[in-house]
Design a protein around this ligand. Structure first.
Ligand code: AMP
Length: 113
């Protein structure tokens, strides 16, 4: 998608600090980390948010979670714990309209909405 920030990161038009990449997904470090570990996991296919997912995306979604688990383990978060979150729409504060999982950890996380 032409005007999508994360599509530009996928294409390489905008640089990112990559944590993982394959043919289906890209993971990169958040530019404004909320914790010692803050990685974004995104599909290479443009999907606006979780609200746009269908059963056709079940395999992709499972793959995104598998990559999240792998990265969490690599970062040593598998025992201490971590948060996986995806914001949907304005009330949730979704600022980039391309599906992404936030992998956040490395400290005790609060839940203050
Ligand atoms: P959300 O607010 O849930 O849509 O999350 C979007 C995330 O993208 C925020 O945590 C931003 O800090 C992050 N972000 C925005 N631009 C960039 C960028 N160029 N590189 C890495 N992360 C970014």
């Amino acid at each position: 998608m032409n005007d999508c920030l994360f599509c530009k990161i996928i294409s390489g038009d905008i640089p990112s600090n990559k944590a993982y990449e394959d043919e289906k997904v890209l993971a990169f470090y958040d530019i404004a980390p909320q914790a010692p570990v803050h990685i974004l996991i995104i599909p290479k296919e443009h999907i606006g948010s979780a609200q746009e997912l269908s059963t056709d995306n079940n395999e992709l979604l499972g793959h995104m979670f598998a990559i999240a688990r792998k990265l969490a383990s690599e970062k040593g978060l598998d025992c201490s714990g971590y948060r996986l979150v995806t914001n949907v729409g304005d009330d949730a504060g979704q600022s980039v309209k391309h599906l992404h999982l936030h992998l956040i950890g490395g400290k005790t996380l609060k839940w203050d909405n």
